[in-house]
Design a protein around this ligand. Structure first.
Ligand SMILES: Cc1cc2nc3c(=O)[nH]c(=O)nc-3n(C[C@H](O)[C@H](O)[C@H](O)COP(=O)(O)OP(=O)(O)OC[C@H]3O[C@@H](n4cnc5c(N)ncnc54)[C@H](O)[C@@H]3O)c2cc1C
Length: 476
């Protein structure tokens, strides 16, 4: 199909060819784990006269996703799990906007700002760290009723929604409505889903203690998982232990089961079970950012940018595509410890790949050889609520309960970018241990102008009052 030239394309065609830059420009797409860490590493390695670095992201901050479940549970202030770009990226230019199209052949990328017309920028070297999005399915009702759990906005919304449903349930006598309000459904039993469920359930139970109208037994948490087990990231034994612990907490878990539909909150599962639920959290996996489909970069059949172990983009024949690098959830990076496989999409790899990518790009700019990325998985740690967790370190060491929970917090607070955020998170934890966590929902956050709108509507004229009957007053 012939492409329609936009005014921007026409302007570009008429514009004189850009003069070669004195300082090469590195454009980093995405300011998440890969974007933030690779930019910091590049800035550390390259002086300002060696390279200009630009990070593009629609959000002004990087989110440390492993802390999302704790943020949803109120154990960490959500603001503390994000690293503001302007503060964390010294000596790096930040462009706030979405990447639209990538034309690597022309070394240009389209930026769509929140306001105003899209525009194009040019670059000499490209780093793609666009991450992933929720992998959804065309299930009736899911788009209208479901919510993802991939970013801090969703974590705050889930928290406020759950606390608000408890408030609504406490204020109605209608038993069906109460049941619906107090039924919380999570779909997907991987790390993100199990941690989100474990933390939110723990928070809901702690909250209900303050409500004398609601019994603990009225809270119903349901986990739906398509495979035969939960937590595929840890051993069968630890996955089985987690399952047992969650079931002991009266969490209903349906394995080898799929969500068939959830129109108007009426959940229908593939095992025949049906129930009403006002909360449906979708945590059933991720897929590479779909914006990559609008690029001329080579992609695999899962939509990920194909890379070599040096994190350079390679084509289907394995030839290096000059000046292009990628890492993290959106990249297919060979796992040198598991020949024939690719690194799984997790922060452990994304963070280390970003640093290696920064070093490799700096080396290439100085005509040195890039080094292959090689990292042996150190294990997995998961929190399942206050003082509860599971961990598997170095393949063999399995830890459960309180110790695993401490390991989870210790590992992630060290991985959290910036000293400022580490201190704030630890201070918050200390506060919660001494004063208990916050269980208030700021529901109006999602429509803060509602009250003002209502106040701005001119009052309706009051109906005319019936003429007052003459009263006789008796003078004394
Ligand atoms: C709830 C949850 C819990 C997790 N727990 C763990 C854990 O315990 N351990 C672990 O190792 N991993 C965990 N992960 C996975 C881990 O967080 C990710 O694998 C990691 O963040 C991937 O890094 P990334 O840089 O590839 O993507 P991201 O960090 O997601 O960064 C992508 C960036 O791209 C930006 N972006 C998106 N679209 C555009 C666009 N069009 N234009 C410009 N920018 C764009 C986004 O705003 C974002 O900043 C968890 C994930 C979730 C959701």
């Amino acid at each position: 199909m012939p492409q329609v030239a936009t005014p921007v394309d026409a302007a570009r065609a008429q514009a004189p060819a850009p003069r070669p830059r004195k300082v090469p420009r590195i454009v980093i797409l995405g300011g998440g784990t890969v974007g933030l860490y690779s930019a910091r590493r590049l800035r550390k390695r390259l002086g300002r006269r060696e390279a200009a670095i630009v990070v593009v992201d629609p959000r002004p901050y990087m989110t440390y996703q492993p802390f999302l479940p704790e943020a949803a549970a109120g154990s960490i202030d959500p603001r503390h799990i994000v690293a503001p770009h302007r503060r964390a990226l010294k000596g790096v230019d930040v462009l706030q906007g979405k990447v639209g199209e990538i034309k690597h052949g022309d070394r240009t990328v389209q930026i769509i700002p929140e306001e105003g017309e899209p525009y194009w920028i040019t670059y000499d070297h490209l780093v793609v760290g666009l991450g992933s999005v929720a992998r959804t399915l065309p299930i009736p009702g899911l788009a209208e009723q479901g919510i993802g759990f991939k970013n801090v906005e969703e974590a705050i919304a889930v928290r406020n929604h759950v606390l608000d449903r408890i408030d609504v349930a406490a204020s109605t006598w209608d038993p069906e409505l109460r049941r619906r309000m107090l039924t919380f459904t999570f779909v997907g039993g991987g790390f993100a889903g199990v941690e989100a469920l474990g933390e939110v359930e723990d928070m809901a139970r702690a909250t209900v203690r303050y409500y004398k109208q609601i019994e603990q037994s009225e809270l119903r948490f349901v986990l739906v998982e398509g495979s035969q087990r939960i937590l595929p990231e840890v051993s069968d034994e630890l996955g089985g232990y987690t399952l047992e612990q969650l079931r002991k907490r009266d969490i209903e878990i349906h394995l080898s089961t799929f969500l068939n539909s959830c129109v108007d909150g009426h959940v229908v599962l593939s095992n025949g079970l049906e129930f009403d639920s006002d909360t449906i959290v979708w945590t059933a996996g991720v897929k590479a950012n779909p914006v990559l489909q609008d690029s001329d970069l080579p992609l695999d059949k899962l939509g990920r940018v194909t890379c070599s172990a040096t994190l350079q983009v390679v084509d289907a024949d394995g030839a290096v595509v000059p000046d292009a690098y990628s890492a993290g959830d959106c990249a297919a990076v060979p796992d040198l410890y598991n020949p024939g496989k690719f690194c799984p999409p997790n922060a452990q790899h994304a963070l280390r790949q970003a640093k290696r990518l920064g070093d490799n790009l700096a080396n290439v700019l100085r005509s040195a050889e890039p080094t292959p990325y090689k990292h042996k998985n150190v294990g997995a740690v998961a929190s399942l609520g206050m003082y509860k967790g599971v961990a598997q370190m170095f393949g063999r060491i399995k830890v459960r309960g309180f110790l695993a929970w401490v390991l989870h917090r210790t590992y992630h607070v060290f991985a959290m970018p910036t000293f400022n955020r580490k201190v704030r998170i630890m201070a918050g934890w200390t506060g919660s241990l001494l004063l208990r966590r916050e269980v208030v929902s700021l529901g109006s956050l999602h429509d803060p102008r509602a009250e003002f709108r209502a106040a701005s509507v001119p009052p309706k004229p009051r109906p005319a009052e019936p003429a007052a009957e003459a009263t006789t007053s008796v003078g004394v």
